[in-house]
Ligand binder design. Structure first.
Ligand SMILES: [Zn+2]
Length: 314
């Protein structure tokens, strides 16, 4: 690599945004993306000798929109928060992801021996530092596929009774373990029941008056939370918890890591976990403990038809 090419590489890595990327208001741009800087100031800051500038800027483009950038232009460099985020993603991909993948394989071989693995130990130890939320006065939904007949009773949409029915394993519960799965909307609840592309489901809303100590494993919309530690960040944004499973198959290794987390959360006294649906952009919730006064059904069940791609309501 020649000296010019080295300078060019250095400069290119800094040009995150340009004028074209910024929104316009009555003919003038409003700078919102990146830290605004004149390209010549940036070249100076990067210690690139002035006589090389003309050569160095040849072929430099905006990382965000691909527009070419010239010596007289103003550009945007990554903000401090974006740099922190880049750094977190780098550490996540290089350091944490291979370890969590290894933990996943460990659990597939020895499902009950998660604490024998360093990541298992770390999760149990650090889970009390993960973000928590309190759910107050909000309506969440449950759905079930029709069992025949033209209606469904309210009691059938309440969480199953472990003494009477076989409770299947789920992402956050073991086989036979009674929990309360809910979704933020009736549509999301119905989508969770899908076997194929479309489904009809009975849905019912439940008002949650007040439940605290809910582990929040759901990424916020918008800019990721860079204040999380690497492990919490990695579990929230790394994609290990919302892997889709083949429901018809008996072997569901995608559930092992989330279920290990559920055990750690229960052991730490948490009442549930809020998590992202693997099938929709909306939130899901699993409650480990609740009482009838804190979670109450509202209205009567209604039938809903959903399609996995369009989420259409009929
Ligand atoms: Zn641009």
């Amino acid at each position: 690599m020649t000296r010019i090419e080295r300078y060019r590489k250095k400069l290119q890595s800094e040009v995150a945004y340009c004028v074209t990327c910024q929104p316009y208001d009555s003919g003038d741009y409003i700078w919102i993306l990146g830290d605004q800087i004149e390209l010549t100031d940036l070249l100076q800051y990067l210690d690139i000798p002035e006589k090389a500038w003309d050569d160095v800027v040849q072929g430099i483009i905006c990382q965000n929109c691909g527009a070419s950038v010239g010596l007289g232009d103003t550009i945007g460099t990554k903000t401090e928060e974006e740099q922190t985020l880049d750094e977190l993603y780098k550490r996540l991909n290089r350091q944490l992801k291979p370890k969590v993948n290894d933990f996943q394989s460990h659990l597939e071989r020895w499902p009950y021996l998660g604490l024998k693995h360093p990541i298992g130990k770390k999760i149990l130890k650090q889970i009390t530092d993960f973000p928590l939320v309190t759910i107050r006065d909000a309506v969440w939904y449950r759905a079930r596929t029709p069992r025949g007949g033209s209606s469904m009773d309210v009691t059938e949409l309440q969480p199953p009774d472990a003494a009477r029915v076989v409770i299947p394993e789920g992402r956050y519960n073991h086989f036979g373990q009674r929990v309360f799965y809910l979704a933020k909307s009736a549509e999301t609840a119905a989508i969770e029941t899908l076997e194929g592309q479309a489904a009809i489901a009975w849905t019912l809303g439940f008002r949650i008056k007040h439940i605290e100590l809910i582990l929040d494993l759901e990424p916020e919309a918008g800019f990721p939370d860079t204040s999380l530690g690497l492990l919490a960040f990695g579990l929230t944004y790394g994609g290990h918890l919302d892997r889709d499973v083949k429901r018809g198959q008996g072997w569901k290794p995608e559930y092992f890591v989330p279920r290990f987390i559920a055990d750690c959360a229960r052991m730490s006294g948490f009442n549930g976990i809020k998590f992202r649906s693997a099938r929709s952009w909306q939130s899901n919730l699993v409650l480990f403990s609740w009482n009838d006064s804190s979670v109450k059904e509202i209205g009567s069940p209604r039938i809903l038809q959903v399609n996995r791609d369009t989420n259409t309501e009929f």
